[in-house]
Design a protein around this ligand. Structure first.
Ligand SMILES: [Zn+2]
Length: 145
C-alpha cells in the first residue's frame, strides 16, 4: 500500500519515510511546533519567536528541550507581562542558549558553519580519546612526539 507524505499527502516513493521532501518535513515540523505552543489572542507570537522557530526547525533541533527553552525565552521577552527590567537578562540567556544550539547543530545551507561544526566534533572526539583509559594506560614510548 502506498504511503503518503504527512504534510502534503503526495504518495511517497523510494526511501522517503514520512515526507516527500525536505520542504514538507520542515513545514510539518514547524506546524507541529506551532500546535504545541499555540499563540493566544492576547499574546500572539512575535517576530523574534517566529524567526527562532524557523531556525530551530531548519536545524532539525525543534524537538530538543534546548529548543523549547529558546522558544520559551522568546515568548517571555515578547510578552507584555514581562517587566522591562527583566528583558536584558532574558535576552542574554536567549543569546547564550541559541549560541550553544548553533554550535552543536550546523545549518546545512551554510557550508562554513557545517565545516566548523565538523571540526568542533572532531576536536571533541580527540579530546575524549586523549582522556580515554585505553590511551592513558598506554605505555609511554620514548620517541612518541
Ligand atoms: Zn509532501
Amino acid at each position: 500500500m502506498a504511503r503518503a507524505c504527512e504534510f502534503c499527502g503526495k504518495p511517497l516513493n523510494g526511501r522517503a519515510l514520512r515526507w516527500c521532501s525536505d520542504r514538507c518535513r520542515k513545514r510539518f515540523c514547524r506546524q507541529e511546533a506551532a500546535r504545541a505552543r499555540p499563540a493566544t489572542a492576547e499574546e500572539p507570537h512575535g517576530d523574534l519567536y517566529e524567526a527562532y522557530l524557523r531556525e530551530l526547525v531548519d536545524r532539525d533541533v525543534i524537538h530538543t528541550p534546548e529548543a523549547m527553552s529558546v522558544l520559551r525565552l522568546c515568548e517571555m521577552i515578547e510578552s507584555k507581562n514581562t517587566p522591562a527590567s527583566a528583558i536584558a537578562a532574558l535576552d542574554k540567556h536567549l543569546q547564550e542558549s541559541v549560541r550553544a544550539l548553533r554550535a552543536t547543530s550546523p545549518d546545512e545551507s551554510d557550508p562554513v558553519a557545517a565545516i566548523r561544526a565538523a571540526a568542533a566534533r572532531k576536536r571533541l572526539e580527540w579530546a575524549q580519546d586523549e582522556l580515554s583509559p585505553r590511551r592513558l594506560s598506554r605505555p609511554k614510548i620514548v620517541d612518541d612526539p
